[in-house]
Every structure is written in C-alpha cells, then in structure tokens.
Design a protein around this ligand. Structure first.
Ligand code: CO8
Length: 256
C-alpha cells in the first residue's frame, strides 16, 4: 500500500498518511510522497483547499525513530533526512487543513502546526515528547508552538513531554475546532469545501498575510496587509463579490 493516499472531492484534495502499523511515523518515503502530493495539488487549478489526515489512532506519532536511531550528523546534514520536505509544506499557497484524530506527537504535532487550520477529534492528543529521546522538536516545534500557544505553555510541553488532550489544545489555541471522532472527516471536508468555494487569490492573500504576522513587526505586517488590500481592488473576484452583495445574489467567482 502507498504510504500516502490522495483523492479529490470536488475542489478539495485529501491527503491521507497511511502507515498505520507504525502510527504514521514520518520517514523519508512518506515525507517525499507528502511533499509531492502537496505540490501537485497546489499547482492543480481544480483544487481550492487541501485536507491532510491520518488514521483513527494516530495523525502521526512523530519522526520514525527506528530509522533515525543510527544516523550520524553528516547523514542528517547532507541528506536532510525527514526534514527536507518541511519547506515544501510552508511553500503551499492554498489553505491546508489538518484533520487530527489520535496521536499527534513529535513531528506529527509539528506537521499539524505547519497546517493552516487544525480540526481535532475528541481523541486527539498533542505532545512534543522528543525530550524523552534526548532530542528536540526539530521540525518547527520550538518555534511554532510558542507562537501558537505562548511561551509558558510551550516550554511546559517541550521540557516535560506533557500530553494535551483535545479540549486543552482547544483552550490553549493550538487547534481551530474540536469535533466528535465520527464527525472529524465530514466536518473537516465541509469546512474545506466552504473555504474552497471562495475566491482562491483572496484565500492565498489572506494566508500569506496571516503567516506574515509571524515573520514581521506589527508595522511591517500592517503595511503588507494594506498592500494586499490594495491589490484586491485589481481583482475581478473582489468586484464580483461586492457587486453580488449589493445585488443580493450569490457571487460567481472566476478565480476559484
Ligand atoms: N517511530 C517509529 N515507530 C513508531 C513511532 C515512531 N515515532 N511511534 C510508534 N511507532 C510504532 C511502535 O514502535 C509500534 O511498532 P511495533 O508494533 O512494531 O512494536 C507501533 O508503532 C505501535 O506503537 P505502540 O505499540 O507504541 O502504541 P501505543 O498505543 O502503546 O503508544 C505512542 C502510542 C504513545 C504514540 C507511542 O508509540 C510513542 O510514544 N511513540 C513515539 C512518540 C515519539 O517519541 N515521537 C517523537 C519522535 S522524534 C521526532 O518526531 C523528532 C522530530 C524532529 C524532526 C523530524 C521531522 C519529522
């Protein structure tokens, strides 16, 4: 079986991590397939949003410890093993939604954090337990988690390997919404479909602007946002959206 499954449903692309026997532990084969699928869907005009999901027991239990155990420094430095696709995830311009059930540990938690929206099932568990291996969260965890939930909570998780359940993750702002397990698939797809129905250039501009808030001062970020706002006035879709509102009819966006 392929380690990553892909399908499209209308304008939504679904990528499913598929190494259930190892709780979707992230190895190079899986990460390469994930990177390829993300780039393919990002370039596909028929796709407006991408959903990334795991299985019912695990979204992903982290980097594959079995393959990492014997690596030396030069193996990792030269080969960029496991980490080499993380910039790919960041480079995707369309909205990416993670649907998380079960374990999102280590690199699995970092993978969810790299997505734009996290929908969590009640069974979802989030942790950065690398400290137990005398490792560290090396796929953005030490950077994205504090930005998501603040330094105090992030330090606690990184230093103690504490596990957050879905409600705590929701309370701390780590996830976007929590739903019952049997509704995770449907709720995430419905959200993705809703998002994919909007104007794609507007979605991409919003994603870029929100992500910019992590990379810049407030003044720089607000300036960037203003430039994005001005470019909206060069967009047929924005005029259509406003005209449709005034005419009390649904908009027909050209660029979806
Ligand atoms: N790597 C390799 N195999 C794994 C991993 C993993 N991360 N997690 C689970 N497995 C395997 C187990 O070895 C087991 O295999 P087998 O049946 O052959 O013995 C199978 O999956 C099922 O796992 P368990 O029997 O342990 O299932 P439990 O329900 O008892 O426990 C846990 C589930 C709590 C999730 C447990 O499996 C666990 O603690 N896993 C390790 C979690 C972890 O430490 N993750 C961090 C890994 S390090 C990391 O992510 C560093 C990131 C650095 C950057 C790299 C970017 C990706």
């Amino acid at each position: 079986m392929p380690v990553v499954l892909t399908e499209t449903r209308g304008r939504v692309a679904v990528i499913t991590l598929n190494r259930p026997e190892a709780l979707n532990a992230l190895n190079d084969e899986l990460m390469d397939a994930l990177g390829e699928a993300l780039l393919r869907f990002d370039a596909d005009d028929r796709v407006g949003a991408i959903v990334l999901m795991g299985g019912p027991k695990a979204f992903a239990a982290g980097a594959d410890i079995a393959v990492m155990a014997d690596w030396g420094y030069m193996d990792v430095y030269q080969g960029q093993f496991i980490t080499r696709n993380w910039e790919t995830i960041r480079s995707v311009r369309k909205p990416v939604l993670a649907a998380v059930a079960g374990f999102a540990f280590g690199g699995g938690c970092e993978l969810a954090l790299a997505c734009d929206v996290i929908v969590a099932a009640h069974s979802a568990r989030f942790a950065l337990p690398e400290i137990k291996l005398a490792m560290l969260p090396g796929a953005g965890g030490t950077q994205r988690l504090p930005r998501a939930i603040g330094k105090a909570k992030a330090m606690d998780l990184c230093l103690s390997a504490r596990v957050l359940d879905a409600d705590e993750a929701d309370l701390y702002g780590l996830v976007s919404r929590v739903v019952p397990d049997d509704e995770l698939h449907g709720a995430t797809l419905a959200l993705a479909e809703r998002i994919a129905g909007y104007s794609l250039p507007a979605l991409m501009a919003i994603k870029e602007a929100v992500n910019r808030s992590y990379e810049s001062t407030l003044a720089e970020g607000v300036l960037f946002e203003r430039r994005q706002l001005y470019t909206r006035f060069a967009s047929e879709d924005a005029h259509e959206g406003m005209q449709a509102f005034l005419a009390k009819r649904p908009p027909e966006f050209k660029h979806r």
